[in-house]
Write a protein that binds this ligand. Structure first.
Ligand SMILES: [Zn+2]
Length: 265
């Protein structure tokens, strides 16, 4: 952990990690410890399910930590490229029967980086449309994973009428980011911003009001060779403050109120 996290994160800080996977087995070893560390520094954590089992575990975690861990339910696009349509339907049914207990639908989306074949991409799109339609029908926020497919994902989103869309861990072009923002939707900045020049540049150009903060843990650790965890979202907040030439309290205040509004926390 960075040496000055405890100095930066004081009583007035109420950061939210809007996207992580505490339900993954990477945390089996010491999940409670990780959550206790998060509780010391954060206001809330959103755990995103990426499949039938993960969705169930996200829900269970939110019951274990009410008012702190909030669940979303979805299906990962990389898996959707290989999944049978029946499985996607089953997940859609699972989401619908828990719609009152989740804060968003997702993650879902398009990943052309991991899926290169046309048939896989077609299946991804089909699944994504099913979840986008669910978000429209139930007037729920949609958490989108888009990699090397940001524009296509945005086009599909815009064919629907969805109240709120969050492009999680956004790493696409600035022009697509601007279209997302113009549509009134949001971009979530991950801990990647601590070391990726492209993400730093995006933060420079995107208004603070259109941003959220996340870890996508266990992935994308700001500390080389270490598993990421929700408490480390503070590193992203610090970096954003530095780039925006403002203080962490300001970044925290703006991004937290945006997250509270979008997810109804
Ligand atoms: Zn994720």
């Amino acid at each position: 952990m960075g040496p000055d996290i405890h100095q930066v994160i004081n009583g007035g800080i109420t950061i939210i990690d809007v996207h992580c996977h505490l339900d993954f087995k990477d945390f089996n070893r010491n999940r409670e410890e990780v959550i206790e560390r998060a509780k010391e520094k954060l206001r809330a954590v959103i755990d995103s399910g990426v499949g039938l089992g993960g969705n169930r575990r996200a829900l269970a975690l939110s019951s274990d930590y009410p008012g702190f861990i909030y669940p979303t339910m979805g299906f990962h696009p990389a898996d959707a490229s290989k999944a049978r349509p029946e499985l996607i339907e089953e997940v859609a049914g699972q989401i619908e029967s828990h719609i009152d207990r989740i804060v968003a639908i997702g993650e879902t989306g398009m990943d052309f980086h991991h899926t290169r074949d046309a048939e896989g991409r077609r299946r991804q799109e089909e699944a994504f449309r099913i979840f986008a339609k669910l978000a429209e029908e139930h007037e729920m926020p949609l958490v989108v994973h888009a990699r090397d497919a940001e524009e296509r994902a945005l086009e599909i989103v815009l064919e629907h009428s969805i109240p709120e869309v969050v492009f999680h861990c956004y790493g696409g072009s600035l022009s697509t980011a601007e279209r997302i923002i113009d549509a009134g939707y949001h971009i979530s900045i991950s801990t990647l911003v601590t070391f990726s020049d492209h993400h730093m540049k995006l933060v420079e150009d995107i208004p603070l009001e259109s941003m959220l903060t996340e870890t996508d843990s266990p992935y994308l650790s700001p500390f080389r060779g270490k598993r990421n965890e929700p408490a480390f979202v503070a590193e992203a907040v610090k970096k954003i403050a530095e780039i925006k030439e403002t203080d962490v309290e300001d970044v925290d205040r703006v991004t937290t109120s945006t997250a509270e509004r979008i997810f109804g926390l």
